[in-house]
Design a protein around this ligand. Structure first.
Ligand SMILES: Nc1ncnc2c1ncn2[C@@H]1O[C@H](COP(=O)(O)OP(=O)(O)OP(=O)(O)O)[C@@H](O)[C@H]1O
Length: 281
């Protein structure tokens, strides 16, 4: 993904409110070798280089075990790569930070806190006054469509609602980049479609950079500006595909758009050739 740096003098004429694109995440020749108990060293990622532009929605797609989550964990600062480096705004990533918000299944909601308590947690941790944190949390809860559920506890919510709370909780920290690891993978098809629509609507409002891991070609094409297709054994980038479809995107319109269908067919072909049937090394 090539990025052209923007000089201040090039900004004249850029409409107000639109940020110029520039790299926000740079992954430079990253490799990850895991030591495992049952086998010898396992190369989960090999020589991965990728630049993500600020405000872009980028999906990482690939067969099971190709290292998608590992790559996201490296950008999140939860795993430090055994080779190469990852940078956020030009600075080496050395650990997690509030600038990168994870929406991972592993980071479950606090079961002992209500929806409001879960979403307020981040701002309170960051030292925000309770009244302000509550107002922020309520606004985010409304944004993810859960007004009226503020007092509910996670066990009283459906899977889709929990995902919405998880998204609001992460957004409450005010991250510049959202890291989403198959956030809709466990949901039924209908809920998944609804959440995809909602996520796009939220994203189209404030255009945070999103790195989104998925197994679904259709989901990746529908949401993304770019799809990073990986292959495995070891995990590499096979191809980066620009999704040149107009925004805002409406599913009903896209389903009738031959360009959308063409992206899906082409990427499915790539997927089939990316080693889903190979045994891991
Ligand atoms: N902590 C670890 N120790 C050892 N091996 C690991 C570790 N984490 C991941 N792996 C291995 O690295 C490879 C990539 O794993 P990863 O979870 O990143 O893949 P993935 O593409 O996200 O898979 P999936 O789509 O099934 O979630 C797998 O073979 C996995 O077994």
């Amino acid at each position: 993904m090539g990025v052209t740096p923007v000089r201040p003098d090039q900004l004249a004429g850029v409409p107000l409110g639109r940020r110029p694109a520039g790299p926000i995440i740079e992954i430079d020749r990253v490799s990850q070798v895991f030591k495992t108990s049952s086998r010898r060293d396992h190369t989960a990622l090999f020589d991965i280089s990728l630049t993500v532009e600020e405000g872009a929605f980028v999906s990482i797609l690939g067969p099971s075990g190709c290292g998608k989550s590992t790559l996201l964990y490296i950008v999140g600062g939860f795993v430090s790569p055994t080779g190469g480096a990852a940078k956020m705004k030009g600075k080496a990533i050395t650990g997690p930070g509030p600038d990168r918000g994870p929406v991972f299944q592993e980071f479950a909601l606090f079961p002992w806190k209500s929806v409001l308590g879960n979403v307020m947690y981040g701002p309170l941790q960051q030292g925000m006054k309770p009244a302000k944190a509550e107002a922020r949390a309520r606004a985010l809860i409304a944004m993810v469509g859960l007004t009226g559920f503020e007092k509910f506890y996670p066990k009283e919510l459906s899977g889709g609602m929990k995902q919405r709370v998880a998204l609001a909780r992460t957004l409450a920290y005010g991250p510049e980049v959202l890291l989403m690891d198959e956030p809709f993978g466990a949901l039924d098809a209908h809920t998944r479609t609804r959440l995809q629509n909602d996520l796009l609507e939220i994203w189209e409002r404030d255009r945070k950079t999103v790195l989104f891991v998925t197994h679904s070609v259709e989901e990746a094409v529908f949401l993304s500006d770019k799809v990073v297709m990986m292959s495995r054994s070891p995990g590499r980038i096979r191809q980066v595909i620009d999704i040149d479809l107009p925004r805002p995107r409406r599913r009903e319109e896209l389903l009738l758009d031959p360009r959308y269908q063409k992206y899906i067919v082409e990427i499915e072909r790539l997927f089939d050739a990316s080693g889903d049937n190979e045994l891991p090394s």
